[in-house]
Design a protein around this ligand. Structure first.
Ligand code: ADP
Ligand code: MG
Length: 142
């Protein structure tokens, strides 16, 4: 099964497993852009990324009041951004630590709010609720 393409999951654990498989392929400087309606599993997916990087997934919650959460202790540091409460914004304005971004992975929920549409090399993850607990997860790199 290739990582890139569409996956279907039937529970949050399945979505975390897909994200864990992606995490195994990530390298320093990678940017993971997540899109999908509220409740489709973007935060669950980031929990899987954290688990796959060797961190406790239980510490991953949506950054709402602080815009960026930082998780360390894994193979690569992870910065987690949620743009839900923001309007169109620039990735440089959300308070990412640029040094940490270069050394680690950045995951962005509601990435469609980014003004920079062309982020070459970014991994795009699109989530869609197909039924009650069923999610379609499309992963592409561009
Ligand atoms: P988002 O960050 O996209 O708003 P969350 O990850 O916070 O969404 O929440 C997803 C919700 O959907 C959780 O309550 C989770 O338990 C539920 N859920 C049900 N089925 C799935 C699935 N297959 N994958 C991910 N989450 C699922
Ligand atoms: Mg979320």
């Amino acid at each position: 099964m290739s990582l890139f393409g569409t996956h279907t999951t039937d529970d949050p654990e399945g979505t975390r497993r897909v994200a864990q498989a992606l995490a195994a392929t990530l390298a320093a400087g990678d940017l993971v852009l997540l899109d999908g309606d509220l409740g489709t599993g973007k935060t669950v997916f980031v929990q899987g990324l954290a688990a796959g990087l060797g961190m406790d997934p239980g510490q991953v919650t949506s950054p709402t009041f602080t815009l960026v959460h930082e998780y360390s202790g894994g193979r690569l540091p992870l910065q987690h951004v949620d743009l839900y409460r923001l309007g169109a914004t620039d990735l440089d304005e959300v308070g990412l630590d640029p040094d940490l971004a270069a050394r680690g992975v950045v995951a962005v929920e509601w990435a469609e709010r980014l003004l920079q549409r062309a982020l070459p090399g970014a991994i795009r993850v699109g989530l869609r609720a197909a039924a009650d607990d069923r999610r379609e997860i499309r992963i592409e790199r561009r």
